[in-house]
Design a protein around this ligand. Sequence first.
Ligand code: 6GU
Length: 228
Amino acid sequence: MLEIDIIAVVPGLLEGPFSHSILHRAAEKQLLKIRVIDLREFGIGQYRQIDDYAFGGGAGMVLMAQPLAEAIRHLQNENVYDEIIYLTPDGETLNQSISNQLSLKSKLLLICGHYKGIDERIRQKFVTREISIGDYVLSGGELAAAVLVDTIGRLIPGVLNDGSSALLDSFQDDLLAPPVYTRPAEWEDMKVPDILISGHEAKIDDWRFQQSLDRTKERRPDLLKDES
Ligand code: 6GU
């Protein structure tokens, strides 16, 4: 069982992704437990303030240290987290290896930023890991958290239907997938490659591997350069 708690500024953004498909099934099977915490509940004063202007000026608001610290400490009273992860464009870029590592943990706390980010002191005091999902700007961390949770969730043994753990079939990890086809075998004059209909399992495996390799060389040669 992997438990993931998520502190969000716009919790509604996380309702859809986690109530459908694979992640929903994972939750039903008690393999994954996701809890979304609304930062606003820890806001200050009558208006439950959670952000303020940046010291030094400039456009954009910054999430204040106090509400975040209260939310984190409140959760820490009842949970011991393996990692406290801040989703931020200046974090380490997410890749499969990071997702594999995180899928082996028991409790994760994700913090979603918004606006101009969160007070730096929260990063220094609580955050153990910072992750970006790519080199582009999202308006907040919630969608990034949904992406991260999806990649982790499907790696938990038993979540996928096919009986194999996605973690174990690592030989293909750094390759793009081969082309796939389904019925009919001929569609608008276009035929499925004969080999796939041949029934020769070993030859099909070889063909798929070669296609993966060719496709990776062609489209993503960077993946073939040893770096993990
Ligand atoms: Cl984690 N957050 C935001 N706001 N933008 C991003 C991101 C995260 N990853 C890529 N862009």
